[in-house]
Write a protein that binds this ligand. Structure first.
Ligand code: ATP
Ligand code: MG
Length: 722
């Protein structure tokens, strides 16, 4: 134990050994906050002889909890029992497993996730509120959010009904009641209930509260800056007047305020605990001086923060590198190249993190790493091609190219208003008529499908027209976009607020657009779908071999998932406008500050080297425009990083789409096909649009239809000037 304590600096030592007052530690990234918690667990067990199971340590993500558990096992390998180290939600579920009866639950209650919530609400609306079409305007997610707020405010369905006057609000309150009744019948609770029910348990059952207060001799909270009011109430219940609480956090790393996290809670700690004491940790042990300089200088751009005075005795290290790339593919190739160099220099794959703001950004890296045999693992995400939304979108292409029954069935399942019963009937009918499912829908007399359901005409038209769209355009992205929009698939994603799925679709469009460009079109025979088939084959080969045996892997993860973690090498990729900060967060100063904190978290994960990349010039469906550097790039002090210019041109001339960047300098370019900026054009598939940017081969057209802004080839046979 002494050895452990000897490693600590003076402030850390105080933070570990003060156990008779509520304690708050506010400190920057990498200053040893989590180390204080893990060492304190050891100190409480070994010096103060506390039973391990009487110690509670909570944090916010499963990965952080696992990391903390690993660190504790490393320092005290021969534990007699386990301290309770978990997330808030997991701890609440532990409490309810024991005291379920007092809050009206049955043993073996289940916890439902958001997908289940949506399904339940949808069926309740269909069953009870079909007379209220206004309710359709509210997406299930909005209703879940509304119900969640009522729950967090401890407002019962009855009280909610009483406080709502407008018809629609009252209907939602009634729906809330029906939803609660339904959850009871299936013996389930949702994520909000976990914390709310523990609050009720503690609030209404003093004997239960006393039991839980006695259960824990000491309580610690990591990442305390991300606590919300309800969570803080639970902590107060457990520790008030017991002087057995240590909380640690960094206000500069609050990145969950959209989930109700309040930075004021950590800042005003002593208002709730009047005898509380505060300790600041100033020494960073994680990162080199150069990395810290960049991170600290950058976070200074946030107005709403208290300055910190941080130093390190670590090596000076190399300047962080900022790299401009020409396309998403070039960015992935650059990172791949750097990884190969790092491995040559003696680093291992496991020393490397690739961090991005959006899960959808991982796709090019997955592909490039796979092709270059770089082992990698994806944390908190499902591989791009395994996502439901991508499987569904690809099923549209498979239906067009191969018409196989599985694909047709998946398409039918994914579009609005077609359910399992319809699909079953269709399959029976196809069987009876001895035709394929595809032929029944597209090629047989329409009467047959009308007998099954009146909702099949749309998909029939989309499938048969898509053949023409493809033959005219020979462009897979355009054809898929036509199918997804016209079938109602995109609208369905929008209606259910599947924002992440929509960004996956945009990422798929990017990928298809590149594939379209790189494919030798002159090889195509009239009417052949070979090109789609080769795309699908390439896609199927990707990530096909199971590689999970390998322990040595590069880790791909979002910045949010990387909170609390550290690694020698960190790549922060996709630092682009409308990506990081995201398109929707660019509005308020408050949101921008949160995005800035997110980038601060990303950079401060690094111990030795940081590479930041962005793309300039390529059109991306994710940003809905030509990719441009994030405004954050300009905020970095130029003396604090080394700039590497554009990444070498890709050897594949078709993967390079930077031609769009030449447009701005010359606004009046006429293309070889005679189009000019501001021309109004008509597109066979997308309708009317205005040319907003142009060069000799590609133009960007803003369509008035729901297709929005898109790149179109000037040689596209399906456009004409109006
Ligand atoms: P974050 O804000 O990112 O969660 P943190 O404040 O929790 O960071 P830690 O992860 O606890 O920081 O520590 C960062 C690194 O510094 C770890 O590798 C840790 O082992 C090391 N470290 C912390 N304190 C010391 C110390 N006194 N001596 C040596 N190494 C230390
Ligand atoms: Mg930490």
């Amino acid at each position: 134990m002494n050895n452990l304590l000897l490693q600590l600096n003076e402030q850390q030592l105080a933070a570990v050994t003060i156990t008779d007052k509520p304690l708050r530690i506010v400190a920057g990234a990498g200053s040893g906050k989590t180390k204080v918690i893990t060492t304190k667990i050891a100190y409480l067990i070994e010096e103060l002889k506390m039973a391990p199971y009487k110690i509670l340590a909570v944090t916010f993500t499963n990965k952080a909890a696992r990391e903390m558990r690993d660190r504790v096992t490393k320092i005290i390998p021969d534990l007699k029992s386990n301290p309770h180290i978990s997330t808030f939600h997991a701890w609440c579920s532990r409490v309810l497993r024991e005291d379920f009866e007092l809050v009206g639950l049955n043993k073996n209650f289940l916890i439902i996730d958001q997908g289940d919530q949506i399904a339940i609400l949808r069926s309740l609306i269909n069953e009870h509120f079909s007379h209220l079409p206004e309710l359709k305007k509210y997406t299930e997610k909005k209703i879940i959010y509304r119900i969640g707020n009522w729950k967090n405010d401890l407002t019962s369905p009855l009280e909610a009904t009483e406080e709502c006057y407008s018809g629609i609000e009252r209907a939602i309150a009634t729906l809330y009641q029906k939803y609660e009744d339904y959850l009871k019948t299936i013996n389930s609770i949702d994520f909000n209930d976990l914390q709310v029910l523990v609050f009720k348990l503690f609030n209404e059952h003093p004997e239960a509260l006393e039991k839980w207060r006695n259960r824990y001799d000491y309580v610690m909270v990591d990442e305390f800056q991300d606590t919300n009011d309800l969570q803080f109430d639970l902590i107060k219940f457990l520790t008030r007047d017991k002087n057995n609480l240590t909380v640690v956090g960094d206000p500069d790393q609050t990145i969950y305020s959209w989930r109700g996290a309040k930075v004021d809670i950590i800042l005003n700690f002593t208002k709730s605990f009047s005898n509380g004491v505060s300790i600041t940790l100033n020494q960073n042990y994680r990162s080199t001086q150069k990395i810290l300089d960049l991170a600290n200088d950058f976070i200074n751009n946030n107005k709403n923060r208290e300055a910190k005075d941080i130093f390190t005795n670590n090596a000076t290290g190399d300047l962080p590198i900022i790299k401009e790339c020409e396309s998403r593919n070039d960015e992935a190739r650059y990172v791949t190249l750097k990884i190969k160099e790092l491995i040559k220099d003696g680093y291992e794959y496991k020393d490397i993190f690739v961090l991005y703001r959006l899960n959808a950004w991982s796709q090019e890296f997955e592909k490039e790493f796979q092709n270059n045999k770089i082992p990698f693992q994806l944390i908190g995400g499902i591989r791009f091609k395994d996502r439901k939304v991508i499987k569904e979108a690809n099923a549209f292409l498979r239906t067009l190219a191969t018409q196989d029954e599985q694909a047709v069935e998946r398409v039918l399942k994914s579009i609005p208003k077609v359910g399992d019963v319809t699909i079953k009937k269709l399959k029976e009918k196809a069987n009876d008529m001895n035709v394929s499912l595809y032929d029944l829908i597209v090629n047989e007399d329409e009467l047959h499908i009308n007998q099954v359901s009146k909702h099949l005409t749309t998909i029939r038209n989309v499938l048969s027209n898509s053949v023409n769209v493809y033959n005219e355009s020979k462009n897979i992205r355009m054809t898929l976009q036509y199918m997804l929009v016209e079938s109602g698939y995109i609208q369905k994603l929008k209606d259910t607020e599947k924002k992440e799925d929509l960004s996956y679709i945009d990422s798929l469009y990017d990928q298809l657009e590149n594939f379209d460009k790189s494919y030798q079109t002159e090889e195509l025979n009239e009417g052949s779908t070979d090109k789609i088939v080769s795309y699908l084959q390439e896609e199927a080969l990707l990530n096909s071999d199971a590689d999970d045996i390998e322990a040595q892997k590069v880790t791909l993860l979002t910045v949010h998932a990387a909170k609390g973690l550290e690694n020698k090498i960190v790549f922060v990729v996709g630092l682009n406008q409308d990506v990081f900060p995201g398109r929707l967060s660019s509005n308020s100063a408050r949101e921008i500050e949160e995005e800035r904190r997110t980038l601060y978290v990303a950079i401060t994960r690094a111990e030795e080297k940081v590479y930041i990349t962005y793309i300039k010039g390529e059109f991306s469906f994710i940003s809905q425009s030509e990719l441009a550097p994030s405004k954050f790039i300009k905020e970095f002090d130029q003396d604090l990083y080394q700039f590497e210019g554009k990444y070498q041109k890709s050897s594949n001339p078709f993967a390079n789409t930077s031609h769009l960047s030449s447009i701005k300098s010359n606004q009046h370019v006429k293309t070889s096909a005679g189009y000019e900026k501001n021309d109004v054009i008509e597109h066979m598939i997308f309708g009317d649009g205005v040319v907003i940017e142009i060069n000799d081969q590609t133009m960007k057209v803003a369509f008035s239809s729901s297709y929005g802004i898109m790149p179109i080839s000037v040689n596209d046979a399906t456009i004409s000037k109006k």
